[in-house]
Design a protein around this ligand. Structure first.
Ligand code: ZN
Length: 319
């Protein structure tokens, strides 16, 4: 049995720190033209599900396709058969302004306290202004005592670890790591399928209702792990296939197609793609699909092989 790739329509989020780049750069059909923060490209998360655009399952949510047990092995792969939910969430994020400083729980804490998966995430910097930074972890030597003392005040900002970033950089943020995307960065994020965020600090600003957004200091202190740290990795775009992250939860590679790229795939996992630069064709089971910057799609695990032609850069993720 052959299955078509699933091209997906995202769910958009207009959080207060968003901008116009998802419309301007990715030509996304956003709902809020002035401020769109995230597009949930490949998602079965109940807070925003993507919808299939093509083929037999057009109009169905990705959740509905995943929940159809008859399709599970062929489309999502043998590793997904026993899963209760689709394991990944892939987003584009336009951080026009800084996000709150936050931390996510691991699977164990999240299952116990939130009945959800925990969240490890990976950021790939698609674009950013000169001098752009992110926050990952705390400055060297900052103790749990210092953190406890200042976490509820503006002073916390002085103890965080700021890292310079440029286009093509990536960083893996394990659960328990305090972090924030700061302003003027456009990012592709691959993460576990979870929306559990404990907000630590929100730069003294107010939400859409003019009130400060809720903080979750106590839960954050329970899950922050100061031992965790992470390094920036710059991903070259002159190599055909480069590993970006390999974690116990997912693997992400960057694929740079200069003319054509062909690959066999295993039946263990679906392959989730986001096309971040350029355009071309996807060939699969003798069918050819035009693909362009901003497209996200899933190649079924049973496909055996796929072929890309054109000039483009893609993020490829699987479990
Ligand atoms: Zn986060």
């Amino acid at each position: 049995m052959n299955y078509e790739p699933l091209f997906l329509e995202p769910e958009f989020k207009d959080y207060i720190w968003g901008g116009k780049k998802l419309k301007d750069i990715f030509k996304k059909n956003v709902k809020n033209e002035e401020c769109t923060a995230e597009s949930w490209e490949i998602s079965t998360n109940k807070n925003g599900e993507s919808v299939v655009k093509n083929g037999k399952y057009a109009g169905k949510t990705l959740t509905e396709v995943f929940d159809d047990k008859n399709l599970r092995k062929d489309i999502f792969g043998t590793k997904c058969i026993e899963l209760n939910e689709f394991p990944l969430l892939v987003k584009f994020i336009d951080a026009n302004n800084s996000l709150s400083v936050q931390v996510h729980p691991d699977n164990e804490y999240a299952m116990k306290n939130e009945n959800s998966l925990g969240k490890c995430e990976m950021w790939y910097i698609l674009d950013c202004d000169y001098g752009a930074q992110i926050i990952c972890g705390v400055k060297p030597g900052v103790s749990k005592e210092t953190l406890n003392k200042y976490i509820n005040s503006d002073k916390i900002a002085e103890y965080l670890n700021y890292i310079d970033v440029k286009k093509g950089d990536s960083i893996y943020i394990p659960s328990g790591t305090i972090h924030a995307l700061l302003g003027k960065t456009l990012v592709a994020e691959v993460q576990q399928n979870s929306n559990i965020t404990y907000r630590v600090y929100d730069w003294g600003r107010v939400g859409k209702d003019e009130k400060p957004r809720e903080l979750h200091i106590n839960k954050a202190l329970e899950v922050i792990n100061l031992e965790r740290s992470s390094q920036i990795k710059n991903i070259p775009n002159n190599i055909e296939k480069v590993n970006v992250v390999k974690s116990e939860f997912f693997t992400t590679n960057k694929i740079n197609v200069l003319d054509e790229f062909k690959e066999n795939i295993s039946d263990e996992s679906f392959i989730a793609f986001s096309l971040v630069e350029g355009k071309g064709n996807l060939k699969i089971n003798d069918n050819v699909y035009e693909i362009k910057k901003g497209d996200s799609f899933i190649i079924p695990a049973c496909s055996k092989q796929y072929e890309l032609k054109g000039t483009m850069e893609l993020l490829q993720s699987y479990i």
